[in-house]
Design a protein around this ligand. Sequence first.
Ligand code: SF4
Ligand code: SF4
Length: 309
Amino acid sequence: MSENQFEQKNLIIEAAKTLGFSRIGFARASSLDQSAERLTQWLEMGYQGEMKYMENHFNLRKDPRQLVPGAKTVIVLSFNYATKNIQKDKNAPKIAKYAFGKDYHKVLRKKLKSLFSTIQEICPNCQGRYFTDSAPIMERDWAELAGLGWKGKNTLLIHPQAGSFFFLAEIIIDTELPYDSPMRDYCGSCRRCIDACPTDAIDKNGYLMDAKKCISYLTIELKSQIPDEFKDKMDNWVFGCDICQDVCPWNKFSTPHSEVNFFPKEELLDLTSQDWHALTEEKFADLFESSAVKRTGFNGLSRNLSFIK
Ligand code: SF4
Ligand code: SF4
């Protein structure tokens, strides 16, 4: 790699930090054969449940060069959403921390658009595309390859200085830049996430998730009724679940984010158990106006609320 390429990489890192991204890593665009093999096995086990979209675009998922012709580099970015904010009523139905503020898809997309324009100024003639949970990309595998952390036993990406409460985003470009190296796995003999999961969604040896059993899937992705076997196992979660992150010792090292878009409405944190169960469609529309919680719709959230009653 030339000195100019190192300089370009540094300028991109600086621009990403200015936009609020926490970490940025670079990986060589290539075919993810081993990850694709694991994905095939996971799909064959039926662990995707109703998420049929996981079965689509397999070739695009396997190789980013199919998404961006001539792709040379996958840039992976993390954006912190760790917070000390908590819902005040301990008995209130719970929503995952990532959904406390505005929908991250919209917030990060804006930042990615800006960063991509800057990259095109830094690297003339550079072409590419940017994504945040919006394309068939194995984003945790790319994040691992780009040195942003390791995939823990809870299957999430973990960074030794930041834990796991962060979003991931990717920019795939046709320009070659210096690449980073993966880091080792620091889960060791820990199995807190496996033991704490109330629905046994994580395999007993870790690193494998039956999404059909995960509360995040049950409360957000599943469109039909939540199966009775999960009655009394939801631990009061009605949108997502943070248990396997809350118990992870690496999250002790996370620091609260300062992104105003992700600050929660006080009103949301103040809702009592009674308020939640009396939620009207009008109140739902007002409270979750620009939130990811809108994804379930009022009916979906009402279904989840009835299930935990
Ligand atoms: S998010 Fe909750 S239900 Fe899903 S694996 Fe983690 S602890 Fe289990
Ligand atoms: S809780 Fe322990 S085993 Fe699970 S991801 Fe964190 S460090 Fe790894």
